[in-house]
Design a protein around this ligand. Structure first.
Ligand SMILES: NC(=O)c1ccc[n+]([C@@H]2O[C@H](COP(=O)([O-])OP(=O)(O)OC[C@H]3O[C@@H](n4cnc5c(N)ncnc54)[C@H](O)[C@@H]3O)[C@@H](O)[C@H]2O)c1
Length: 421
């Protein structure tokens, strides 16, 4: 897209949302009964982001749990710096389960660790926020949803687009029929790099927790025992969006891919491709690659009347099929309303914004912050969870089966019962 085309698409989008009721406005009221007290299990990269984005008026992080002591040390530093207080720390999540003051558990450990911790936390009566993808196998995901149901506790999964006001607006545009009937969606997540992290020098033996060595603990994403690679780390986010926007679930998938660039001992593909077949003539084409970043990451909805493109979780563009000339002449000043300003302010990278503690309090459009506020508000009552266990199961199942289909180089059916827990 040229800059001119982008400007046009952004204008169209802003103009369309200005005529919508406030679908994207997510503003949680302060909790009258005080913040929810929570512990984070796994305070590495994403656990750190969640710790930084936990609004203390909603979610007070009282404990951090991690098997790796330097991660606990960093979490302590963050808590002192941002919240001016110490948090408790432990290395075994089971210590948290009978602590009465811990009402909720936030899991941001590697994928292979999700299911046992999640099921135990729910069984112990804790509310649960679990990072995406929900778990490493379909059966594990279903077990978590069942555990949430029988525990009657709030279960939320960290597909943060569900809490992104731009996505909430965009979904209304699709549902209102502004882009006509959608038969084709394309999702790309393209990077250029090996996805490796440097293994730390500190001596540490992670074998008691199931990681063969520090390489496995550091680069768990690259190993089958702990991860399902690009499918679970990236594609599941986009699957959640397409299911949600189109209100349907995939019934079959054709998969492809492999280790095409980095035969360095990794066990997961560095290039993955899939065609997801949905009912009513809808097809989603996905690619996630690690050899070229030109396309960055986006979800593109191609309708009979128009095209909606969401890119990098922070930009939205709308193009009309039969009105391109007129649309070019639209003036952004003709659009009005508070959502317009809110959407227009999201031109910066939303993720980078959330990673900078100094900008957090100023940001009202930070999906990580919003999803944690929403989690606490749901626990205190009266507010629906926007990405619950069932929605997350529906995002997980197709990508887990796509991984299988790609490894076999086959088309596989996605049985309807795999979506049931
Ligand atoms: N929503 C998002 O945008 C987003 C972004 C990045 C990662 N994630 C998800 O967050 C999770 C963690 O990813 P990450 O990038 O932070 O990984 P990471 O390797 O940076 O951090 C994981 C941490 O968990 C710790 N850990 C490992 N096993 C543990 C156990 N049994 N008990 C307690 N701690 C344990 C590790 O020592 C490490 O500190 C994954 O599920 C990932 O998919 C989500």
């Amino acid at each position: 897209m040229t800059e001119e085309i982008k400007r046009l698409g952004r204008r169209n989008f802003l103009r369309a949302v200005a005529t919508l009721p406030a679908a994207g406005a997510l503003a949680y009221r302060a909790l009258s009964s005080g913040p929810v007290h929570a512990a984070i299990v796994g305070v590495g990269g994403q656990g750190g982001v969640l710790l930084e984005n936990a609004d203390p008026a909603f979610l007070r992080i009282v404990s951090a749990c991690d098997i790796y002591p330097p991660a606990l040390f960093r979490a302590q530093e963050t808590s002192r710096k941002l919240y001016g207080r110490q948090i408790e720390s432990c290395r075994d999540y089971r210590k948290l389960l009978d602590k009465k003051e811990v009402e909720a558990i936030v899991i941001a450990a590697p994928l292979s660790a999700h299911a046992p911790i999640a099921v135990a936390a729910l069984a112990a009566g804790k509310h649960l926020f679990i990072e995406k993808t929900m778990a490493r196998t379909v059966d594990e995901c279903r077990a978590i949803v069942r555990a949430g149901r029988s525990a009657k506790r709030v279960l939320q999964v960290g597909h943060q687009r569900a809490y992104n006001p731009i996505y909430r607006e965009a979904r209304e545009i699709v549902r209102r029929g502004d882009i006509g009937d959608v038969h084709h969606v394309r999702a790309v997540w393209h990077r250029n790099g090996d996805w490796r992290r440097k293994v730390p020098d500190e001596p540490f033996d992670p074998r008691p927790w199931g990681y063969d060595d520090m390489e496995r603990l550091t680069n768990w994403r690259l190993y089958e025992k702990h991860s399902r690679g690009l499918w679970t780390e990236l594609v599941s986010h986009q699957m959640e969006v397409v299911n949600w926007f189109c209100d349907r679930l995939p019934t079959a998938v054709i998969g492809s891919g492999g280790i095409h660039r980095y035969p360095d001992g990794r066990e997961v593909a560095d290039h993955v491709y899939a065609v997801f077949e949905y009912p009513e003539g809808l097809t989603l084409l996905c690619s996630s690659i690690q050899s070229n970043a030109h396309d960055d990451y986006s979800e593109m909805f191609f309708g009979t009347k128009g095209t909606l493109i969401l890119t990098a979780e922070s930009q939205a563009y709308l193009f009309h099929e039969d009105d391109r000339e007129t649309a070019t002449m639209l003036d952004v000043r003709s659009a009005s309303g508070p959502l317009l300003r809110a959407s227009a302010s999201l031109t910066r990278d939303a993720v980078a914004e959330s990673l900078s503690p100094s900008s957090i309090s100023a940001s009202v459009l930070n999906p990580y912050r919003l999803e944690l506020q929403g989690f606490a508000a749901a626990i205190r009552g009266g507010v629906p969870v926007l990405c619950d266990g069932q929605a997350a199961l529906q995002a997980a199942v197709p990508v887990l089966i796509a991984d299988e289909a790609a490894r076999r180089g086959e088309r596989m059916a996605i049985p309807p019962e795999s979506y049931q827990a």
